[in-house]
Design a protein around this ligand. Structure first.
Ligand SMILES: Cc1cc2nc3c(=O)[nH]c(=O)nc-3n(C[C@H](O)[C@H](O)[C@H](O)COP(=O)(O)O)c2cc1C
Length: 396
């Protein structure tokens, strides 16, 4: 029985080829930001208040104008079909069943239209994540296709001018599609269920680019595709233009400073997603949770602030909400569920986080997520023995 997100991670580790497990697990260069994303949640403590009636603890909210049963959004993750056949569809169905939004990546292994046509997925709240291409005609057509397929929110990722240097992937020789080589053969012989499900399934491609000049036929690496096709000339003026083109809620994903958050609001964005891409882009940038409070203050209610990076526990979600986030996006936590158990596995991820948020609220003395604010937290330094004389010191 998997009772924590870490349990799902370990199950995913047993099922996936090592190269793919590390593709999910890893980050850029020394992975300092990757570690900080999880570690910096420990810089906040939760301070319970007792004897509060917590018999009702509603977890529902609205996210960018639509009701959600939990303050969670599935983050966009490219090529989820690497981990389970048509992984994006399975995750979208699980999100719909749980009542939260699902974000489809531009780099998905299934097309925008396939998700839009799938009754079990499209009944939910679908968001489309856009990577702006040098070919702006192609970019425009991606946006128009998402609109036509029924996607509600456009999330433009702005932190991928080039791919970050993910050294594990280079060392492992990760290719799309993956291949069996002399170096990984022994490892592959222990992954037969994955081979049957993914490698022997339909050919893995960047499905949304099929039939375009950006289509990559045969083996490629992610960085080759990205560095050849993605537009490093993207500016805030483009973001304002996407807002006009989309005509619905637009969020930018990859904001780490108060200044950029204000620029996003000025460009007309409805949502600001505080994110360092899960520590996979520029290393040594602030963790998501460290960047969050300053951005919440700068936005000052003019847009919704969503945060991702390092969310592994319900307590992480509680802390993010207490710091002013509307919701958290989950990337790896979802992928570990997907890799380990497909649609049901993603359902398990969401169930685990839901149970932990609910339990956390009860024990924190907060009757529902709407009652969370910064008074629920204290910086860990406030409890350091030298912080104050007398108060807060343990009397042993
Ligand atoms: C395997 C993988 C693929 C990803 N692909 C994308 C993508 O296609 N587009 C995007 O905006 N972010 C992508 N991300 C970043 C996630 O959307 C999200 O920002 C990050 O995973 C959050 O951190 P967490 O994994 O600690 O939850 C990817 C992350 C992972 C782990």
């Amino acid at each position: 029985m998997d009772v924590s997100i870490e349990d799902l991670r370990l199950r995913a580790k047993r099922r996936l080829p090592r190269t793919l497990f590390e593709f999910i697990d890893g980050g850029a260069q020394d992975e300092r930001t990757l570690r900080a994303n999880t570690g910096d949640f420990d810089r906040w403590l939760m301070v319970p208040q007792q004897c509060v009636d917590v018999s009702q603890r509603p977890l529902g909210t609205t996210i960018l104008g639509k009701a959600a049963t939990l303050p969670l959004v599935i983050a966009p993750t490219g090529m989820a079909g690497l981990f389970r056949r048509k992984g994006e569809l399975q995750a979208a169905r699980a999100a719909r069943a749980a009542g939260i939004p699902y974000t489809l990546s531009t780099m998905a292994s299934v097309t925008i239209e396939e998700v839009g046509r799938d009754a079990a997925a499209s009944a939910g709240d679908l968001w489309f994540q856009l990577y702006v291409q040098k070919d702006r005609g192609l970019t425009r057509s991606l946006v128009e296709r998402a609109k036509a397929a029924g996607f509600r929110v456009l999330a433009v990722t702005i932190d991928l001018q080039q791919q970050g240097q993910r050294e594990r992937d280079v060392r492992n020789g990760l290719t799309i599609p993956p291949r069996i080589t002399l170096a990984n053969m022994l490892d592959m012989t222990r992954r037969l269920p994955w081979i049957a499900d993914v490698l022997l399934g339909p050919r893995l491609t960047f499905a949304n680019f099929e039939g375009t000049a950006n289509e990559k036929k045969g083996l490629t690496t992610l960085s080759k595709h990205i560095n050849a096709s993605f537009d490093p000339a993207l500016t805030w003026a483009d973001i304002a233009a996407f807002k006009q083109l989309w005509g619905g809620p637009v969020a930018v994903k990859g904001v780490l400073s108060a200044e950029d958050a204000r620029r996003a609001v000025d460009a007309g964005c409805d949502g600001v997603i505080v994110s360092n891409h899960g520590g996979r882009q520029l290393d040594c940038v602030p963790s998501a949770v460290a960047a969050l409070p300053g951005i919440v203050d700068a936005v000052a209610g003019r847009a919704e602030v969503i945060v991702d990076g390092g969310v592994r526990r319900g307590s992480d979600v509680i802390k993010a909400l207490a710091l002013g986030a509307r919701a958290c996006m989950i990337g790896r936590a979802m992928l570990w569920g997907l890799a380990s158990g497909g649609e049901a596995g993603v359902g398990r991820t969401l169930q685990i986080l839901k149970g932990q948020i609910d339990n956390g609220l009860a024990l924190l003395g907060r009757p529902g997520i709407a009652s969370l604010d910064r008074t629920a937290l204290a910086p860990v330094d406030a409890y350091a023995p030298q912080a104050e004389s007398g108060r807060n010191q343990r009397a042993y």
